[in-house]
Design a protein around this ligand. Sequence first.
Ligand code: NAP
Ligand code: ZN
Ligand code: ZN
Length: 346
Amino acid sequence: MQTRGYAVMTSGAPLTPFTFERRELRPTDVAFDITHAGICHSDIHTARGEWGSPLLPLVPGHEIVGVVTAVGSEQTKFSIGDRIGVGVFVDSCGKCENCLSGHQNYCFEGMTGTYNTLERDGVTPAHGGYSNKFVIDQEYAVKVPANLDMAGVAPLLCAGITLYSPLRHWNVKPGMKVGIIGLGGLGHMGVKLASAMGAEVTVFSHSANKESDAKRFGAKHFVLTKEAGFFEPLKETFDLVLNTVSAEIDINDYLHLLKLDGTLVVIGLPGKPYAVNVFNLLRMRRSLAGSMIGGLPELQEMLDFCGEHGVVSDVEVIKADYINEAYDRTVASDVKYRFVIDASTF
Ligand code: NAP
Ligand code: ZN
Ligand code: ZN
């Protein structure tokens, strides 16, 4: 089916309009008109070659919501008119231990990303959500709660699940102290979700002008990280700290924050190795961990949780021709707090 989108056509170039074909419906497929697609910093890392050379033409976008327009002959999950969401992957082997336990994001064969890869047939390029139409197998799409604003839901498909999953995995509950480093697309969802789970949340930010927003999202404390030794008064007080920063930071400063058996989870992916002083790990028996998005059951659980708690992303809705400017503003930490493209403008 003919689809209009925006793509990086040649290495290092800005995104420009691009028309391409999506596959015709297979029996268990569902097709939908995209209403909104979020701009994740991973789109920018990929489009700008910060994680290696992308597969061109590259149509980024893995925070996708829309309305179902057609269903395959054996499709059972969605009806025409349903609100639907797609996140960071569109397929996986479906047979390995991790896929069978609902952790498709950790598929042993590797998940099939929503863009910058080939589909599992090995020939069809996977094109992402910066476009007006999408086709996917029903198993890899989720249902969007009826009470939530679609533009605000789009970022939940990556930013939301990426913070929800570690908060759940490390059993965040009332009384726990959680730190979120970086108040961007991911970070602001972390604040909203951890607060909704009852945690006492502290934001660590290098942007002084974000304090009132952090508190509006539910944070109790705001720490400006520009001052050397900012962590001193808070040493050994946190159960869990989540690093969502897209740039290189000194992780050792933040390890000091963890109390006995506390964990620092790396989520931001600037692409360079960390220098870790292991004395900071040994002290207080701390853990340094990583977490990557979430599996399909958890993705649906997160959306249902957001439906119950009325949680959506704070977004700036833009037209397709603003994508390149939105990239620059995101890199400059100048977005409140996620750019979302109105897909009717493709
Ligand atoms: P974003 O909206 O650009 O937010 C990143 C935040 O990091 C900024 O808002 C800023 O927060 C802080 N920051 C940026 N530059 C900084 C600098 N030079 N020094 C200190 N702090 C800085 O990005 P995002 O979409 O949330 O993504 C964040 C990172 O997570 C990216 O690297 C992305 O690729 C990665 N990611 C990982 C996963 C996963 O599964 N693990 C999933 C999605 C994305 P303040 O202004 O508050 O300091
Ligand atoms: Zn993402
Ligand atoms: Zn698998």
